[in-house]
Design a protein around this ligand. Structure first.
Ligand code: 5GP
Ligand code: MN
Length: 346
């Protein structure tokens, strides 16, 4: 971000112009945390900010200050579209392609507002006027902290901003354990604690807030549905709509399941396949813990994307066909999945 870009943004904020913040579909802790954190920052200037989500989000994120103000496009499309079309500044958070906000993408593309994208996903599409982007950032929430710092406004960080940003960083780093967690991430987290975020409380609000059925679904997934393919150092879990319904599935209930196969010794690649409601196909999550690039894998084979070690995709095939395709691909990628047997390593 150049100095003149910073000034352009600062001018809009201080002139109390209308601002819209929009996050990706099925927002996670980072999307909600960075959006609300930035919203509270703009509030310190008394700016008129709307926060928009394409659809609903899990209950365990609803404790965040300001969450009741989020406009859910799937429930009130008019309010969401109006807020976006009236805005003079649109801030896009935690996504790199307009298709990640689905129908709202058209409204953003058409808008004459200044568009700022703050994100950490690789290969951002060229739709924003100003880009504040780094794939080295653990999370978009970390980038919001850096953005505030770059604007020279760190003194404005209050308890609400700190709590939302801490929640974003903590959820996107798996509680500071993924390789995306850097010294800088810890320094930012430390400053957020100083500014009033209660780390233990936030962990509790997010992690220890499960409905009993969700824990049972978790147990069922591990016991009955996790497949381990040692040959490919890969583990995966499948969940059909009827299984999800059996456990009274709600948005966010399968959060974190995809990481579980990687807890099995020797596994490098994991996937979670969930059947979407209403014959919409299969939603897939991918994770890896080596340099096996799941972003590339998801982009190339499953109409998706994400990061090197965490990505998602989609399949229009049936569950069985999707798994057959997946296993076929594992055969092709066998060498990448088993780096020890790569010929050039010996
Ligand atoms: P998750 O598996 O938690 O849904 O997503 C992991 C990462 O992949 C996130 O950073 C998310 O933004 C990205 N991702 C998930 N699903 C998709 C998708 O369908 N398309 C793209 N481009 N990225 C996705
Ligand atoms: Mn993120």
């Amino acid at each position: 971000m150049t100095n003149s870009e910073i000034s352009a943004i600062a001018k809009i904020i201080t002139e109390k112009a209308k601002i819209a913040i929009v996050m990706h579909k099925s927002p996670d802790g980072d999307a909600i945390g960075s959006s609300l954190g930035l919203h509270h920052f703009f509030q310190t200037f008394k700016a008129k900010t709307s926060v928009i989500s394409p659809n609903s989000y899990p209950d365990f994120l609803r404790w965040m200050p300001g969450s009741s103000k989020i406009i859910d496009y799937s429930k009130d499309s008019k309010a969401a579209t109006n807020a976006l079309s009236r805005a003079e500044l649109i801030v896009c958070l935690d996504f790199n392609a307009l298709k990640r906000i689905e129908k709202l993408g058209k409204t953003v593309a058409k808008s004459k507002a200044l568009k700022l994208l703050i994100d950490h996903h690789p290969q951002p599409e060229d739709f924003a006027d100003i880009l504040f982007h780094s794939t080295h950032a653990s999370s978009t929430a970390e980038l919001i902290f850096d953005f505030i710092d770059l604007m020279g406004e760190k003194r404005r960080i209050n308890k609400s901003i700190a709590s939302c940003l801490y929640a974003g960083i903590m959820t996107d780093t798996g509680s500071f354990r993924f390789s995306s967690t850097t010294e800088h991430t810890h320094r930012v987290a430390a400053e957020l604690l100083e500014k009033g975020a209660d780390g233990a409380k936030i962990h509790q609000l997010i992690e220890d807030n499960n409905r009993e059925v969700r824990m049972r679904l978790f147990g069922y997934s591990l016991l009955e549905k996790m497949k381990i393919l040692r040959e490919y150092r890969t583990g995966y879990i499948t969940l059909t709509q009827s299984e999800l319904k059996q456990f009274d599935y709600k948005d966010g209930d399968t959060e974190g399941f995809v990481n579980q196969p990687l807890s099995v010794k020797g596994m490098v690649f994991s996937a979670l396949f969930t059947e979407k409601d209403g014959n919409e196909g299969i939603k897939i999550s991918f994770r890896s813990n080596t340099d096996f690039d799941v972003n590339l894998f998801a982009r190339k084979h499953f109409d998706g994307g994400g990061h090197l070690n965490a990505a998602g995709g989609n399949s229009r095939l049936s569950m069985d066909e999707t798994i057959m395709k997946f296993i076929g691909l594992l055969k092709e990628y066998k060498n990448e999945l088993n780096p020890d047997i790569k010929p050039d390593r010996h």
